[in-house]
Design a protein around this ligand. Structure first.
Ligand code: SF4
Length: 103
C-alpha cells in the first residue's frame, strides 16, 4: 500500500496541555516531530513527507499520549486517553465539595 493511500484521512493533533516537552516523539521520528523553541511543545513538521510509521512512532513514544491520531474523524491512537492530572477541574467552579449525608 502506498504511503499516500495509507495516510488518507489521517490527522495528527498534538495537545499542548498534555505535552511535557520531553522530546520522546522527536527521538522516535526526527524531523517529523520537533519541539517549538519558544513554547517547548512538540509540533509536527514535514507532515507531507512523513510516513505512516513515523507518525505512529512519535505518537507511541509519547508518555502522556499528547499525540492523537485520527482517521476520518475517528481516534485511532491512543485507543484509551487517560485523564491528565487536573483534567476537567476548574478550581473555582468544578471543585467537588465533600458530600454530607444527613440521616
Ligand atoms: S513525546 Fe509527547 S510529551 Fe514529549 S515532546 Fe512529544 S508530544 Fe510532547
Amino acid at each position: 500500500m502506498s504511503n499516500e493511500r495509507a495516510k488518507r484521512g489521517l490527522n495528527i493533533f498534538i495537545d499542548p496541555h498534555r505535552c511535557v516537552g520531553n522530546a520522546a516523539c522527536a527521538w522516535a521520528a526526527p524531523g517529523i516531530y520537533v519541539l517549538d523553541e519558544e513554547t517547548r511543545v512538540a509540533v509536527l513538521e514535514n507532515e507531507d513527507s512523513a510516513s505512516v510509521e513515523q507518525l505512529f512512532a512519535g505518537a507511541r513514544a509519547c508518555p502522556t499520549k499528547a499525540i492523537i491520531v485520527t482517521q476520518f474523524g475517528r481516534r485511532v491512537y491512543p485507543t484509551i486517553l487517560p485523564p491528565m492530572f487536573g483534567d476537567g477541574l476548574n478550581s473555582t467552579t468544578d471543585a467537588v465539595e465533600p458530600s454530607t449525608t444527613e440521616s
